[in-house]
Design a protein around this ligand. Structure first.
Ligand code: GTB
Length: 216
């Protein structure tokens, strides 16, 4: 059955992997599943056809036959449950991998999103410079224990799983801030994720959409 996802027609980052369709593309690449992409403009996202797919008018979405999903956590979990390679067979290891998915989205990502808010959406507000160090400290309060838990491990809990896929996806948004460099093992962890052939294919497909026509 054909899988169709939605992505930005023009991603604000120029297709450098920061928009959330990257996570879905990556999961599909890890699972070896072909997919099609419906590109949507910011205006289209708020129109009825897209709102029927996504109640909040965002990307990405996922369609497979009669099934339509939104929320990247739900989408990558759906992919991981149906295809080998992203969740362990052992029940306890599987439950732990799912726990890391939730940890990535519920515990680590929120302060990282606050950083985007303070820098981008509130960057021109008078309180922004004062708020920034507070947000950075909240990020460190998540990265310090995460770094301690990862230690010198390759992945968070044995073999690579969808928990790592989401955690790396969440962390890589921090690269520009420089804070990852304070945690060399986390920086190496993110780099390991990005070196995976499936991630590279996902990144290249997203970039191709946004690359200027006739560009390199
Ligand atoms: N919780 C939802 C999920 O995980 O699926 C969040 C979805 C979401 O935030 N989607 C964003 C969106 O559609 C795109 S990813 N925004 C448009 C809107 O809300 O109107 C967020 C994003 C966008 C752009 C960059 N960038 O270019 O750097 C990075 C991240």
């Amino acid at each position: 059955m054909t899988i169709t996802i939605t992505a930005f027609e023009r991603s604000p980052d120029g297709g450098k992997g920061l928009a959330r369709d990257t996570r879905v593309r990556w999961a599909l690449e890890e699972a070896g599943q072909p997919y099609e992409v419906r590109l949507v403009s910011f205006a289209d996202m708020k129109k009825p056809a897209h709102l029927a797919r996504h109640p909040f008018g965002q990307i990405p979405t996922y369609e497979e036959g009669d099934l339509t999903l939104f929320e990247t956590g739900s989408i990558v979990f759906h992919i991981a449950q149906r295809h080998a390679g992203l969740l362990p067979e052992d029940a306890a290891a599987r439950a732990r991998a799912i726990t890391w998915m939730f940890a990535a989205l519920n515990t680590v990502e929120p302060p990282i999103l606050e950083l985007v808010t303070v820098k981008v959406f509130e960057g021109d507000k008078p309180w922004s410079p004062e708020r920034l160090p507070l947000v950075m400290d909240r990020i460190r309060a998540r990265l310090t224990p995460l770094s301690a838990r990862l230690g010198e491990g390759e992945w968070l809990d044995g073999a690579f799983s969808v928990g790592d896929l989401l955690m790396v996806s969440v962390l890589l948004r921090l690269r520009m801030s420089g804070v990852l460099d304070e945690y060399p093992n986390l920086a190496r962890y993110v780099a390991r994720g990005e070196e995976r052939p499936a991630y590279r294919r996902a990144f290249a497909s997203q970039l191709a959409v946004n690359a200027p026509a006739g560009g390199p």
